[in-house]
Design a binder for this molecule. Structure first.
Ligand code: FAD
Length: 379
């Protein structure tokens, strides 16, 4: 059995960010990155990314993006509110994820595709990773970065209790484009529909909470079909339609379990208000990498790996706490609250957070929230 310092399971943005940054901060560490897929691979995703992700790498991330969009249209109560102040990166995940993976490989991370991990045997010093077809490997630290559909964390009793959003993505390839990004609240009772422009088409989608009688099928295909018609998509072709759950942040939880840790979406590292997951995934991979690099270099895995829990809470969890409060009131009182927030200033505030120019903590005015709660209850 080959031994490594670190094994990372999953080569999405969280896994590659973690792998790359471990080598960046501790070039001598031996890092194995495993993914059950072959790259490039498709991942259902709108592909809207905050330029803030640049902060977590020392190379130019723009090399992996499709385009930059500055024209955002938010639609609520049949009213269009435009915002042109904050650039957002648009990515095609097959290209973006492969770009980040290649950067990690170039940094001497060992990568194995088509390598599904089926179990982790947790041992105090060196845990064993069991794969379906490629035998076993062992490491001082094992990182689970398996994304929203992963099964390992659940199997090992480590999965976080996350709120699940059902989402549907449709890729429409066309040259008839206006280059605008649309976020539309008029097509769902909880959640929103979107059209994220790409250079060769649009990524159309819709998300909604799994709750009540509609659980498991919140009527998303019909709603997305209706929404897409305004962009001259008459019928959704099933081969370009992809369903996927999104695990939203649901509060503080333990992400370090001895020498096994969770990053990215399987750690519930997705904005509970917007369902944005790429930037937080990259950031959690970066935070974990800094802690792991230190632990391996100083031989302090047992003593210091839990610092990742603290860093996650400080750098990601605290801001998501504010987003959760907003999400709770918005999703439970969408019809009442929407008219109150359908204003250019609110859209601007929202876009400044989404683009990474500011944080929820900077933007949220608690007096205003109390006013909204009061009005939503009593009006
Ligand atoms: C429809 C939809 C639209 C979205 N739109 C946006 C958006 O516009 N902007 C945004 O920021 N976020 C968006 N998200 C969220 C975002 O896609 C995810 O949160 C993000 O991809 C999480 O990254 P990750 O690295 O944690 O996991 P993933 O990107 O899911 O990667 C996990 C990897 O692990 C591998 N894997 C899983 N299990 C195993 C195993 N047992 N063995 C080996 N490999 C394994 C998988 O093959 C995969 O490559 C969207 C999500 C959905 C579903």
């Amino acid at each position: 059995m080959t031994n490594y310092d670190v094994i990372i399971i999953g080569a999405g943005p969280s896994g590659t960010s973690c792998a790359y940054n471990i080598k960046r901060y501790h070039p001598d560490a031996s890092v194995l990155l495993l993914d059950k897929a072959e790259f490039p691979r498709y991942k259902p995703c709108g592909g809207g990314v905050s330029p803030e992700v640049q902060n977590y790498f020392d190379f130019d991330v723009k090399g992996g993006i499709d385009s930059i969009c500055t024209d955002v249209v938010m639609v609520a109560n049949q009213k269009n509110i435009e915002c042109n102040d904050f650039p957002l990166w648009m990515v095609r995940r097959e290209k973006f994820d492969k770009f980040l993976l290649d950067k990690a490989i170039a940094k001497d991370v060992q990568f194995m595709a088509n390598c599904e991990v089926v179990n982790i045997i947790r041992l105090p010093e060196q845990s064993t990773v069991v794969t379906k077809d490629h035998g076993e490997f062992s490491a001082k630290v094992v990182v689970i970065a398996e994304g929203g559909r992963g099964k390992l964390a659940k199997k090992l009793g480590m999965s976080a209790k996350n709120t699940v959003l059902a989402a549907l993505e449709y890729e429409h390839y066309t040259s008839h484009l206006d280059g605008k990004l649309y976020i539309d609240f008029d097509y769902n009772d909880s959640g929103y529909a979107w059209n994220f422009p790409k250079s060769d088409g649009m990524s159309l989608g819709i998300g909604g909470f799994l709750k009540g009688r509609a659980k498991g099928n919140v009527g998303l295909p019909e709603r997305l079909g209706k929404y897409s018609q305004q962009f001259s998509v008459d019928k959704l072709d099933k081969q370009y339609l992809h369903g996927h759950p999104i695990l939203l942040y649901s509060g503080r939880q333990k992400l370090v379990h001895d020498n096994v840790i969770l990053i990215g979406e399987i750690a519930g590292c997705v904005d509970p208000l917007t369902a944005e997951g790429i930037r937080p995934a990259i950031k959690s991979g970066y935070l974990a990498a800094k802690v792991i690099a230190y632990c391996i270099r100083e031989n302090r895995v047992k003593k210091s790996l839990a610092n990742y829990d603290l860093a996650f809470d400080k750098e990601i969890g605290r801001d998501f706490y504010y987003a959760r409060i907003m999400a709770y009131f918005l999703n439970n009182n969408l019809a009442k609250i929407l008219p109150m927030i359908s204003k250019p200033s609110a859209v601007k505030g929202f876009m400044s957070v989404f683009s990474g120019s500011s944080s929820y903590r900077d933007k949220i005015n608690f007096r205003r929230i109390l006013q909204l709660i009061w009005r939503s209850i009593f009006k």
